[in-house]
Design a protein around this ligand. Sequence first.
Ligand code: C2E
Ligand code: CA
Ligand code: CA
Length: 666
Amino acid sequence: MTKEQIYSTDIEPLLVTPFPSFILLPTGTIAKGNLDHFDYSTLDMERLNTQPIAHTLFSEIGNDTIESILSSTVPQYLQDVAITTKQQTTTLVTLYTKPTTFEGKEAIYVLCIPNDDIRSLNAEQQQLTDLKNGIHQSFMTVTLDSDGFIIQTNQQFLRTSHWTPKRVIGKTFWQLFPISSDSEKVTQTIWKTLQNGHIWQGDVQKITKDEQLYWVHLTAIPLFGTTPERNQYVLIERDITKDKTVQFQLEKIAYIDPETGMINVHRLAQVITSMIEEQRHFSFVYLSIDKFYTIKDLHDDLAGTSLVMEFTKRMKMYFQDSTMARINENEFVVITPLPEWFTQGFLTYLQQNPIYNGNVAVPLSLSGGITRFPEDQTTFSQLMKASLATITSVREAGGDSILSLSKSSHAALNRKSVVEKRLLLALDQKNLHVLYQPQLDIKTGKITAVEALVRWDDEEIGTVSPDELIPIAEETGLINNIGSFMLERACEQAVVWKNAGHQIKVSINSSVREFRDKNMAKSILETLDRTGCPADLLQIEITEKFALEAEAETGIIKQMRILENEGILFSLDDFGTGYGSFRYMQLLPISTVKIDQTFIRALKSEKTQQLVNGMVQLGKSMNLTVVAEGVETKDQQELLTKFGCDMVQGYFISKPVTNDEITSLI
Ligand code: C2E
Ligand code: CA
Ligand code: CA
């Protein structure tokens, strides 16, 4: 076998390395290669300027070695060969040599690895080794296989976890954590993160073999194998149980109000939650000092002490061992098993032990609410809400008393919070729907307008009437969502009727809260645009309560005017029930008044007839369309016709019905 046969491999690819490599001919020239590293260019190579390298090589390694390389069948390494660069500096390299052929002649392939590079390669390797040793010495480490079984741990881990290697190998990742729902959540997150190929880092609580809890700062790292089954996960952990203990102590300090030594609201929430978990019965007493800031201003010069300090001193004297919390500057909570009469006795106690400013007793009074667990409310936030609602009603009645709400008030509060929750869901799932009540044009006998009314049948809490729904939605701000839902539906429906050849105006009810949103006008116009609804088919009903507030807030009227300019009409709903009806007729850009149902219901009385007649005439004299609401009988409609009323709406014409039913009426 000739060398050509043995080394017939293509040499070209070997010349493309990051290190200098070339072909050396036994005649003493360099035939081909790359010597950039030694400052020789390709041109140098072509012009044989690289001769000095060949010379040094020949003198350095000697003819014998050249011979032996040429006759060898395996590559040879030559260490610490000095090579002179074009700039006449010397570099030490390791040569990798192997015989080859070049243009049919014997030749040597030479690869030079500069010693500097070898050193740094070794150094990197060393760094990795150091790092690994460092991790093993300073951290606990556990290696898991792709299924989460423990396949390796280090001494540090065994020491802290009290496991023996024999026992722990083959246990699972999950067995290293305590059994609790919190822990389950964390382990699930860690495991998912690892499986998605990401690193997870954080503080977690773990459990030793003998079920002691300890905290670690954990870094969990996925290591990729050649196949997913070969993936491994490494847990690197630092014991932080001591740090955590300090942290808990700090948190405890942060849970105390420094001025009074009472716990704060965050701590109170925890205390209450655990009392509820343990089913311990108690009264939640919320106390609020009446007119606190006025009193504080007047008596800010109590010598060496503060009003709050003096007040809480009395609280502590009276309620003794009960848990007491400071909620804010002038509001406190007492948790007590004692009966209501005892709690109410605190007011008398305060009178008997007044706080003095000099010789003057500071006239301190309290508004308080007592809410019982579990009879009245069953969660911390409900206890808070109910107590605040109680205080509001105490204040409305003049303050200076501590009361509990009636059973029915609590039931109402609870109902409200359930409605709130379900409403969020209903809005999310677009579970509300719309009914339309027709308005009949008396002159033509035709239905020319409808009022859109919200309807909600909840699968859990049943039908919720608008009279219950709207006030809750207004309070929580969800009215904006209801409003935009109704608007969208109304516009879509008006377009459907229009396309079928019916010009039906659709009225929607609007709450003043919606108009407080500065973008209200803009978003109404956008909805018209989006749905293709002409502006003059949309009518917005506002109540007198709305009008009252709009009067005080110029921004609201501005938005109404923008909409009016675009052709949208406004009507004044429940006309006649408020104080300022006549004023609003002049002030606001309205085109219609809707005489309230109460007047229509009482139309049998002659006085009411005169009143309603007057209302119709007033409306007409101001060029407004007059609509009568709640028309239930033929007699009522006839009277209203006689008065000159323009339109009627009510059960006599139709109850609120679906869009399809309206379509069959028009
Ligand atoms: P409203 O705007 O005065 O609406 C008229 C109410 O009277 C409707 O009650 C309607 O069903 C009822 N009604 C109509 N004709 C008669 C009748 O002949 N006799 C009697 N007894 N009642 C009649 P509904 O739908 O329960 O709505 C109650 C109130 O809830 C509405 O009073 C309105 O203030 C509010 N509301 C309803 N839907 C919405 C809405 O989408 N947004 C806002 N902001 N409020 C709404
Ligand atoms: Ca209305
Ligand atoms: Ca009305």
